[in-house]
Design a protein around this ligand. Structure first.
Ligand SMILES: Nc1ccn([C@@H]2O[C@H](COP(=O)(O)OP(=O)(O)OP(=O)(O)O)[C@@H](O)[C@H]2O)c(=O)n1
Ligand SMILES: C[C@](O)(CO)[C@H](O)COP(=O)(O)O
Length: 240
């Protein structure tokens, strides 16, 4: 356990359909170096001493197969497998209701490459500020593009960060912001947005460019390459 008596739950959201991947099978179940993407992600939290339990959020029709996978891979930290909702935010909300710790990490099942070191940086930043997300400075110039492909604006890159998961929060605070978002019918693409609109501070912790979200077909061979590279360098152990 980290930092005194704090307890941490990891909520792994895996209830999406992966439409941009374009496969019949939802992308979180696609094989990556011999096991489903989702299993790589769950095994990361399984190895981290600081994480007391994992809540797996999945599609209603995938609950049984997930329980089967949890048994097959001996994932003892998975305390509950619960059905998600229509949007990612709704899935997180279901996971939050099932979690039993003071602090939570919300993580995309399809980001199997994050390192334990980066996860801990995010946890430490959240303990300091109440809420933190992993992020990396953007490398490209970003443009706002309007109708007809016409560029409307070029925001100053020095203040732009690409936001990743995990995102770490005090559980009660995150719950409050989810309840408020639901009451306002607000839907955001990450949890930090909900906390920001509650007027609370969210800080960034240094992420990794290799912590990709497997989204479209070209991400799969790239993820396999990155994992193999990490294994080759012996960097797949708990502390790295
Ligand atoms: N209703 C949803 C939608 C998404 N997710 C999860 O949120 C993570 C990030 O979402 P994304 O990459 O957008 O996944 P999908 O929604 O599955 O992809 P797409 O938008 O291409 O359909 C994924 O692990 C996905 O399973 C979820 O739990 N519940
Ligand atoms: C939470 C997230 O992964 C941060 O980059 C992202 O916002 C998820 O967005 P998506 O619309 O579900 O791809």
């Amino acid at each position: 356990m980290m930092s005194g008596e704090r307890t941490w739950s990891a909520i792994v959201v895996a209830a999406g359909r992966g439409t941009r991947m374009g496969t019949a099978e939802s992308k979180q179940y696609l094989p990556l170096l011999g096991k489903p993407i989702l299993i790589h992600t769950l095994q990361l939290f399984e190895r981290m001493e600081d994480i007391a339990e994992t809540i797996l959020v999945t599609g209603e029709n995938d609950i049984e197969r997930c329980r089967e996978l949890v048994r097959e891979y001996g994932l003892g930290k998975v305390k509950a497998v619960v059905p998600g909702g229509a949007e990612r935010q709704h899935s997180v909300y279901q996971g939050l209701k099932a979690s039993g710790s003071d602090w939570v990490l919300v993580h995309d099942a399809v980001r199997p490459l994050v390192s334990p070191l980066a996860v801990r940086r995010c946890m430490a930043a959240a303990v300091h500020s109440g809420a933190a997300v992993l992020a990396v400075p953007v490398k490209d110039t970003i443009k706002k593009v309007g109708p007809g492909g016409v560029i409307e604006d070029t925001p100053d890159r020095s203040s732009l960060w690409a936001i990743q998961t995990p995102q770490a929060f005090n559980s009660a605070r995150l719950m409050e912001c989810h309840v408020r978002a639901e009451a306002d019918a607000f839907v955001g693409t990450d949890d930090a947005m909900l906390v920001e609109r509650c007027g609370q501070q969210v800080t960034v912790a240094e992420g990794e460019y290799t912590n990709i979200k497997i989204t479209t077909p070209e991400d799969l061979p790239w993820a396999a390459f990155l994992l193999e590279e990490r294994d080759r360098r012996g960097g797949n152990r708990e502390g790295e």
